[in-house]
Design a protein around this ligand. Structure first.
Ligand code: WTA
Length: 639
């Protein structure tokens, strides 16, 4: 069934999609120069895009000067200082704390001065390993204020992952909490940080926010956030930043090697987050906006902090989980705070739908106007559930496609403008030019109906500029497969209306519960276990997570398979990456299907993991074709 829903009648600036879209491409410079006026500049730019994809060197608004924190705070103060910038929905049910723009300004000012007092300068990297508490937002904006570059690490990552990221970015300062609180559980963030930085002389200080009363082991380097911050002035002069000065680094997984630190710069990123936040969510002044992501991922960077705050919105930061204390938590927040715009991931929706519709009866959700989805393809059944049951058929539903690398949403319906088709991210936003190329040969598909690899033909301001410290890897990863285009790593279909249907990753990256994980990283963590000789990880279709993690493991000679070994293997992944990356299925076997040159045939492993035992293709080139039959027999016994 291929349903279509007409756009909701919502006032929107861009009624004539096609005309505006064509203008935005044809007069790209004018379009972005006009759009750039939504920011406050210290010196307005005269240039838009310079450079190109051939050289993999592109800049936006290069002669402009601004400060991101001025745009997110100071410029709102004359008229909105008493309006609420953040509502912190704490882990505890029904507990909220409101922070006005004036308070935000003072807290950021103090935090910025605190960083300065510890010697942080423009260009220095500061690692933020924090739970979803207001201090995380203060720290981000404090970095932006003084020109330091933040690198946020999601507080679910293990000490080893944190260590790798701190080392790669050479962060001198880490800001963490004594403990995090999530779903009633305590997470020993300070302890993890201590483990992560052991022996790192270049880390000069660890600033500890106290989320709970728990005492932690203080070391010489440690500074108590609350003690130092009160000594500071609330006023901190903002640094003048060039448009292309770095704003932050955010690590994300790729198909090979260690995580990549994508670098986003100041003006282009902020402009794009700000512009798309208003456009895609039809954000209007005074609305309460709730994005349920974690700030540790890009969604939280762009659509909890930078986009909404630059638009003077009231943004909710949610510390807990959708199931705590029960499966109506999101809906309670929506009613309590009268949320108009709600943005979450399909995996959360699937989790909630699976708990039963009665959890929708404890709330009305009548304030809602726009519902958003992000992070993975949304299956049409869940789309319909979200639209009919959660939104009572009166909300626009925006399925937003984008990536850490893109900085902001590229393909999405626009409320009141674009038809909605369950399962399709619909059409590109203005200034965005997607193309579909044939995966094998890079030929651009010119027919409207097409399928293949999704690429972008031209840059947009929010695009990541490089991989921190490794521009060559940036070129190799995104610009070498299809010359002259940015390759997204996603597969895609385009239907007869020109609507885009993202089918998921076509590289070795998994979208598991909306978290992005590289199979190579998980394999690396598994083989750290001394009992393991070899591992191959693939994705398989999972009812709740979208993609589940399936690990084939070959043990060392003489080691016997057992439940304990499987537990150990899962623990290795928790240690190496984090709990959220732990395999759903560990399939212990005796050999992997390989070509004669020793390459693991992942295509076959993927099929077997999905219990697809036919159409495995030509297996005669395998060094040991019998392995396949054995794997199939074993797979049949695993639930
Ligand atoms: C996937 C998250 C289908 C996609 C913002 C992409 C989606 C990866 C959608 C990026 C969507 C994101 N429909 N797939 N609406 N949104 N994806 O970097 O595979 O964590 O490449 O950024 O998520 O994940 P990342």
């Amino acid at each position: 069934m291929n349903r279509t829903y007409e756009p909701k009648k919502a006032p929107s600036a861009q009624k004539n999609y096609l005309k505006t879209y064509e203008h935005s491409l044809k007069h790209n410079h004018d379009f972005w120069m006009e759009t750039s006026k939504r920011l406050d500049w210290i010196k307005a730019p005269t240039k838009s895009l310079e450079g190109n994809y051939e050289q993999v060197n592109f800049k936006w608004f290069d002669d402009g000067v601004l400060n991101v924190s001025i745009n997110c705070i100071d410029r709102h103060l004359p008229t909105k200082k008493n309006e609420v910038a953040l509502i912190w929905a704490k882990d505890e049910l029904g507990e909220y704390e409101r922070i006005t723009y004036q308070q935000l300004s003072e807290n950021v000012g103090r935090c910025a001065n605190m960083l300065k007092s510890l010697g942080v300068k423009k260009g220095d990297r500061v690692c933020l390993y924090l739970p979803m508490i207001p201090e995380l937002v203060y720290s981000m904006l404090a970095c932006a204020r003084i020109g330091a570059v933040h690198s946020i690490v999601f507080a679910g990552f293990s000490a080893e992952s944190l260590r790798g990221r701190i080392e790669d970015a050479k962060c001198n300062i880490v800001i963490t909490a004594n403990e995090g609180k999530r779903g009633g559980k305590l997470i020993p963030l300070k302890q993890i940080t201590d483990d992560a930085i052991a022996g790192f002389d270049f880390v000069k200080n660890v600033i500890v926010v106290h989320r709970t009363d728990a005492k932690v082991n203080y070391q010489k380097k440690d500074v108590k956030y609350e003690e130092l911050v009160v000594k500071q002035s609330a006023e901190c002069k903002p640094e003048s930043m060039k448009a292309e000065d770095p704003l932050f680094i955010l690590y994300t997984s790729g198909s090979t090697g260690k995580p990549k630190g994508l670098l986003h710069t100041s003006a282009g990123y902020l402009l794009y987050a700000s512009y798309t936040h208003e456009l895609v969510f039809n954000y209007k002044p005074g609305q309460i906006y709730f994005c349920a992501a974690d700030i540790g991922w890009v969604t939280g960077h762009s659509y909890i902090v930078y986009g909404p705050l630059s638009n003077a919105a009231t943004s909710v930061i949610f510390e807990s989980t959708p199931l705590y204390p029960a499966a109506d938590r999101y809906w309670k927040i929506i009613d309590d705070l009268k949320v108009q715009i709600f943005y979450t991931a399909p995996t959360a929706l699937r989790t909630l739908a699976a708990q039963g519709d009665e959890w929708l009866n404890t709330s009305k959700r009548s304030s809602l106007e726009v519902l958003g989805s992000v992070g993975e393809p949304i299956n049409p059944e869940i789309w319909e559930w979200y639209y009919h049951k959660v939104g009572h058929e009166k909300c626009s539903l925006v399925d937003t496609w984008w990536q850490t690398e893109t900085g902001g949403i590229l393909i999405s319906p626009i409320p009141g403008v674009t038809k909605m088709k369950p399962g399709s991210a619909t059409l590109p936003l203005f200034g965005v030019e997607p193309i579909i190329v044939q995966a094998e040969n890079g030929k651009i598909q010119t027919e409207i109906e097409a399928q293949g690899a999704l690429c972008l033909k031209r840059s947009w301001p929010g695009q990541a500029r490089t991989i921190y410290g490794d521009h060559e890897r940036f070129i190799q990863t995104y610009f070498s497969q299809y010359k002259g285009f940015y390759f997204t790593g996603d597969g895609c279909n385009r239907d007869a209306d020109g609507f885009y249907w993202i089918t998921g990753r076509i590289d070795d990256v998994l979208n598991c519960s909306g978290h992005r994980l590289g199979t190579a990283e998980i394999e690396g963590a598994i083989v750290e276990n001394k009992n393991v000789a070899e591992a191959a990880v693939v994705g398989y279709s999972h009812d709740i997570k979208g993609t589940g993690i399936y690990a084939y493991v070959v043990l060392q000679k003489g080691v016997k398979a057992s439940d304990d070994i499987i537990k150990e293997i899962k623990a290795s992944v928790q240690k190496g990456i984090g709990k959220f990356a732990s395999p759903d299925i560990v399939h212990v076997t005796t050999g992997l299907p390989k070509t004669r040159s020793g390459k693991v045939m992942r295509r076959i492993l993927r099929k077997i993991a999905c219990s697809e035992f036919t159409g495995l293709g030509d297996i005669s080139t395998l060094s040991e074709p019998n392995v396949v039959e054995l794997l199939i027999e074993e797979r049949k016994k695993i639930k």
